[in-house]
Design a binder for this molecule. Structure first.
Ligand SMILES: [Mg+2]
Length: 320
C-alpha cells in the first residue's frame, strides 16, 4: 500500500504499521477516513495529545489543553472540507490532578467543538501516568478534498498566517511570556472549518492541514499527489511575533515559519485561474487571508526557494 507520506522516521513507522495491517486496513494516509453511510459520506479522524509531548501544564490551563486537543482533531475535518457533527474524547488523568481538572479539560474540548458547529458525543475517563487526551472527530462531507488530487499547473495556497504557534513555543521554552496574540495562536488555534468548506466548493484539488510545519506537511501532499511543489518562502504570510522570535534565535523569519508546527492553517492546491476577486471574496467570507505561495509541477518532493537559493528544511517528526 502506498500511503503517500513524506520521508522521516515517524512516517516510516506509519508505513510499517500499514504493511503489518495489509488488507485489514483500507484508505490510510489522508487527513480523514471516509465511510459511506445512508447515502452520505462521513469523515472521521483521531488525534492524541500527551502531556510532556504536546503540551506542558505550566504553560496552559486545563481548558486551554482541552481546546488545543480538540482543535487539532477538528483541523483534520477542515482539511477535507467536512462539516463537524461532533467528537468523542478519552481522557487519562494523572494522580496529581485535582478533581476539577477533567471538567476543565472537557470545558475546553466543548468550547472548541461548539465553535466548529459540533457537539461532544461521548468519551472515556481513566487514570493514567500523564494527562492524555484522545479526540475522535466525526463530520459529513459532500466532496472530500484529499491530499492526492494536486496537478501540475495548480497554484499552492495557504490560509491565514504561519509561525506564531512556534513563536509562542520558543518563548515558553525559554521561560518567557509571549504577548497575547502570540500566546493565543498556541493556546487557542482555530480549526479552519469554514475555510475548508469554502475551498472545497471552489474546486480545491488537494488539501492538508498544517500540523507539523509547512516543510513537512507539503511533502505529504506532494507524495500523495505524485507531483512536486515549488514554494517561495518569501511569500509565506508571517504570523504575529514571528519576526521577533526568529530574530531571537538568529534565524530567517520565513524559514522559521516554514518549520513551525501546530499552525492548523490549510495548505491547498487550487486550479489555475484563481483571481484577485476570488481571494478578496475569501477574505470577506472567512475573515482571514488566502495567500499564493507556490506552484505544482511535474516531479516529486518539495522545492523550497528563497530568492535564487534552494533551501532544505524538514517538518516536525516525533521520532527524529
Ligand atoms: Mg492533518
Amino acid at each position: 500500500m502506498n500511503l503517500g507520506l513524506g520521508s522521516g522516521p515517524e512516517f516510516d513507522r506509519i508505513r510499517a504499521i500499514a504493511k503489518t495491517l495489509g488488507d485489514r486496513a483500507r484508505g490510510l494516509g489522508d487527513d480523514c477516513a471516509f465511510v459511506e453511510a445512508g447515502g452520505e459520506v462521513l469523515a472521521l479522524s483521531v488525534d492524541l495529545s500527551v502531556e510532556g509531548v504536546h503540551f506542558r501544564r505550566e504553560w496552559l490551563d486545563g481548558r486551554e489543553i482541552g481546546w488545543r486537543a480538540a482543535a487539532g482533531a477538528l483541523s483534520d475535518l477542515a482539511a477535507v472540507g467536512a462539516t463537524p457533527i461532533g467528537l468523542l474524547a478519552s481522557l487519562a488523568i494523572p494522580p496529581e490532578s485535582s478533581s476539577e481538572e477533567p471538567g476543565c479539560v472537557m470545558d475546553g474540548v466543548g468550547a472548541a467543538v461548539a465553535e466548529s458547529g459540533g457537539v461532544v458525543l461521548g468519551g472515556d475517563l481513566t487514570a493514567g501516568p500523564v494527562l492524555t487526551i484522545d479526540v475522535a472527530v466525526l463530520g459529513r462531507v459532500n466532496r472530500p478534498v484529499k491530499r492526492s488530487g494536486a496537478r501540475p499547473g495548480d497554484g499552492v495556497w495557504v490560509t491565514g498566517w504561519l509561525g506564531a504557534s512556534r513563536a509562542a513555543l520558543e518563548l515558553l521554552r525559554a521561560g518567557r511570556r509571549p504577548d497575547t496574540p502570540v500566546r493565543e495562536a498556541f493556546a487557542h488555534p482555530h480549526p479552519r472549518i469554514s475555510a475548508g468548506r469554502w475551498l472545497a466548493a471552489r474546486e480545491a484539488h488537494a488539501m492538508i492541514d498544517l500540523s507539523d510545519g509547512l516543510a513537512g506537511d507539503a511533502a505529504h501532499l506532494a507524495a500523495a499527489s505524485g507531483v512536486a511543489l515549488v514554494i517561495d518562502l518569501e511569500r509565506l504570510p508571517l504570523g504575529s511575533g514571528v519576526a521577533a522570535a526568529a530574530a531571537d534565535l538568529g534565524v530567517d523569519p520565513h524559514r522559521f515559519a516554514a518549520m513551525g508546527g501546530e499552525d492548523y492553517e490549510l495548505l491547498v492546491a487550487l486550479p489555475p485561474g484563481i483571481s484577485e476577486a476570488d481571494t478578496t471574496r475569501f477574505e470577506q467570507d472567512i475573515g482571514i487571508p488566502l495567500t499564493r505561495i507556490g506552484s505544482v509541477t511535474a516531479g516529486e518532493g518539495v522545492s523550497l526557494r528563497q530568492g535564487d537559493e534552494r533551501v532544505s528544511l524538514t517538518g516536525f517528526d516525533h521520532f527524529r
